[in-house]
Design a protein around this ligand. Structure first.
Ligand code: G1P
Ligand code: ZN
Length: 543
């Protein structure tokens, strides 16, 4: 097998964001685009010679072709072995598990997560390290530095590999193991949860609707929920993954999973509604007439995790991203365990999980997970909910209100302003930054600012510092507003405004969230001069 060294030149903008490198699919389809970045991954991680990697993606448009390119480049770079999901498919948590289970040197995951797929939509690639988690910032920085000066990449000339047949094949001296994408993951889930108890729940007439949103989780959810746990056939809907997610936006929230959400608010609602995203790491949980915000879900799961076999001995600590509500902190306090507040993005949880400082982590963006892998895990969250419901014999609504009675309720909402011109977004953020020091004591829409800062994080394990991770403004009525720019978009800018308001255990937990949050929303709009700068006050998406 002849290794080819192909001359190339740097392509602008190969800079990973919150979660890997994401661009329009057509950008990835340009000659050398993928090749340049993959070579940069190999070079940034000390060369790929003799190493073993996991490879797979969420099956979106261009997945199959990109996988073939990467296989040939892996052979060209002297990789010893690749472990690839059948047909190039792996959910993000399943890839993380395979990396860990096989003790590999890491893995390459092709996904743009919850972003739409298709030739005119989004594509993405990220590298996960040997712990199964997304590459830390210093490594992604190295990748973009190498990509900015790249002069060559290595590959081999060969026919495409047939990825449909499970088993081992070779390309030159490189072994390729094609594995069932679901099996190892499903086996892992069986070790974490009480499948007998959940089977009993379904056998007793418990009903559920899981919306796989035409994305990668379909086969996983079908095999686990219907196959292993005895949920009624048809429990999993939109279960066949499609390259363009049937034209949808595979993000499990009340906006993009509206049909499921509407079903759950109707009198035909099953006992539990759940959904997952493009690559299977996000989740949405809805009970009959009861939407669970991701921040509340994290808190409820942490408070009740001991009901599942894997967490029976208790959890070590809880980590949440900064924009996530403080609900999880209250649980940590009650349990007498540590609570960590990290910047947005799962990569910041890796060190805490590896060091055994935390067991459960979560983000307001529908991501929850534990130390079983190093990614957030949509189905894991759904199975933990099922395990808890089976043990407590409560409905989702009952569990939620019991939780609020015990800890108080953190009313919460995120407002996204999408497609904002980059200059306008920059001006809003720089205006906020410039004013931070003088905000304290000033009032906006009737609320006085108690504290304000630009969030920075020092990793307690490796000491690395991440600055400028969003602006936090705390008001004197116990509410908080956070502004940050999205790092996963592929066009213009998205401003995220996160608002929350705490109401104590004895308070009223049944008011509409929008009403409770209207004061802090008005104050946030006033403090940022958002209406003037953006020319509008209504966001595109409220979750
Ligand atoms: C978004 C979410 C963030 C999540 C990331 C990847 O990033 O807000 O919590 O980790 O997607 O799923 P953002 O676009 O806000 O940078
Ligand atoms: Zn995702």
């Amino acid at each position: 097998m002849n290794i080819e060294t192909v001359r190339t030149t740097p392509i602008e903008g190969q800079v990973p964001g919150t979660s890997g490198l994401r661009k329009k699919t057509r950008v990835f389809m340009q000659p050398s685009y993928l090749e340049n970045f993959v070579q940069s991954i190999f070079d940034a991680t000390g060369g790929a010679g003799g190493k073993t990697f996991v490879l797979g993606g969420d099956g979106r448009y261009h997945n199959a072709q990109a996988i073939q390119t990467i296989i040939k480049m892996a052979a060209g770079n002297g990789v010893a072995r690749l472990i690839i999901g059948q047909n190039g498919i792996l959910s993000t948590p399943a890839a993380s598990h395979l990396i860990r289970k096989n003790g590999t040197d890491g893995g390459i995951i092709l996904s743009a997560s919850h972003n739409p797929g298709g030739v005119d939509e989004d594509f993405g690639i990220k590298f996960n390290t040997a712990n199964g988690g997304p590459a830390p910032e210093h490594l992604t920085a190295k990748m973009s530095e190498i990509a900015a000066g790249i002069t060559r990449y290595k590959t081999v000339q060969a026919a495409d590999i047939d990825l449909s047949r499970i088993g081992q094949t070779h390309l030159g001296g490189m072994a390729i193991d094609i594995v069932d994408p679901v099996e190892d993951y499903a086996a892992l889930m069986e070790t974490l949860f009480d499948f007998d108890a959940i089977r009993g729940l379904f056998a007793g007439g418990f009903t559920m609707c899981f919306d796989a949103m035409h994305a990668v989780t379909g086969p996983y959810a079908s095999q686990i929920l219907e196959g292993r746990l005895g949920a009624a056939p048809g429990t999993v809907i939109n279960a066949v993954p499609q390259e363009d997610f049937a034209g949808g936006h595979p993000d499990p929230n009340p906006i993009w999973a509206k049909p499921l959400f509407d079903l759950m608010m109707s009198d035909k609602a099953p006992d539990l509604g759940a959904a997952s995203d493009g690559d299977g790491d996000r989740n949405m949980i809805v009970g009959k007439g009861a939407y669970v915000t991701p921040s509340d879900s994290l808190a409820v799961l942490a408070a009740n995790a001991h009901l599942a076999p894997a967490y029976r001995g208790g959890i070590a600590g809880i980590a949440r991203s900064m924009p996530t509500s403080a609900a999880a902190d209250r649980v940590a306090k009650a349990l007498g365990i540590a609570a960590y507040e990290t910047p947005t993005g799962w990569k910041f949880f890796g060190n805490l999980l590896d060091a055994g400082k935390v067991t459960i982590c979560g983000e307001e963006s529908a991501g929850t997970g534990s130390d079983h892998v190093r990614e957030k895990d949509g189905l894991w969250a759904v199975l933990l909910w099922l395990n808890i419901l089976a043990e407590t014999k409560m409905s989702v609504a009952e569990l939620l209100s019991a939780h609020w009675r015990a800890y108080g309720r953190d009313y919460y909402s995120r407002h996204d302003y999408e497609n904002v011109p980059v200059e306008a977004a920059a001006s809003l953020m720089s205006g906020l930054k410039a004013g931070l020091a003088t905000l304290i004591g000033q009032s906006f829409a009737g609320l006085a600012v108690q504290a304000a800062d630009s969030f920075a994080y020092e990793d307690p394990i490796d000491g690395s510092v991440s600055e400028n991770q969003g602006y936090r403004i705390f008001f004197d009525n116990g509410s908080r507003a956070v502004f940050r720019l999205s790092g996963t978009g592929t066009q213009a800018a998205t401003i995220r405004l996160y608002i929350e308001q705490y109401v104590a255990p004895a308070g009223d937990h049944t008011t509409d969230a929008a009403d409770v949050l209207s004061g802090v929303k008005a104050a946030a709009v006033a403090v940022s001069d958002l209406e003037n700068i953006l020319g509008r006050s209504d966001p595109d998406v409220i979750t």
